[in-house]
Design a protein around this ligand. Sequence first.
Ligand code: ITT
Length: 214
Amino acid sequence: MLRYVTTNAGKLREAESYLRDGSVSQLDFDYPEIQADELGPIAARGAREAYREAGEPVIVDDAGLFIEALDGFPGPYSSYVEETLGIERVWHVARDLDDRRAAFRCTLAYCDGESFAASPDPVDRGDRAAAAATGPEDDSSVSRNTTDETLPVKLFEGYVPGRIVAPRGDGGFGYDPIFEHGDETFAEMSTERKNAVSHRGRALEKFAEWYADR
Ligand code: ITT
């Protein structure tokens, strides 16, 4: 069984709705998130940790809100900022900006302990550099399944542009009420409608296509 690794019920709802066939079940595992400027390395490291915990195929979902005029803030720190500031105050910060364009990004990381064509660098440059430094001369560190650091991980990315607005809507979760795409906020959309346009929906689409061939 494929395990969707998240503590966030909203993410799970969207993944279950997209994949529909009951092929995923939640693994409520709070993997240690490394500090990084990009989502890829965080998700890749998380997928390895989660695979070690679960012992079966896992997908880790790391997402964030990137506000253009704030150089991508809160980005990979979105979770911390939601917990500390809260979305109302993120709206207050964005309210005075001339340009309120923003984007959601999602990176899904898949790991099943097997060898496959893993995502290339710079996904986990640090891990592979470390493996290369201690391992043999050839590039077998990419495909061998010997240590957590060398477990292959496949990444799928999704992106959706929008803008920050005053909170509207009761659906969704997290930053959805302050993120407008078209003339609706994500919190005003049904799960299916959000999945059809969202960062997570796009990443799930890429994953589902790849997984069907696996
Ligand atoms: P897990 O790590 O356990 O999956 P999390 O909620 O901490 O749960 P992230 O670190 O990926 O997950 O999320 C970063 C923040 O972005 C967090 O505050 C989420 O609520 C928010 N977020 C992620 N996806 C979102 C979405 O589709 N709509 C609105 N907010 C979202």
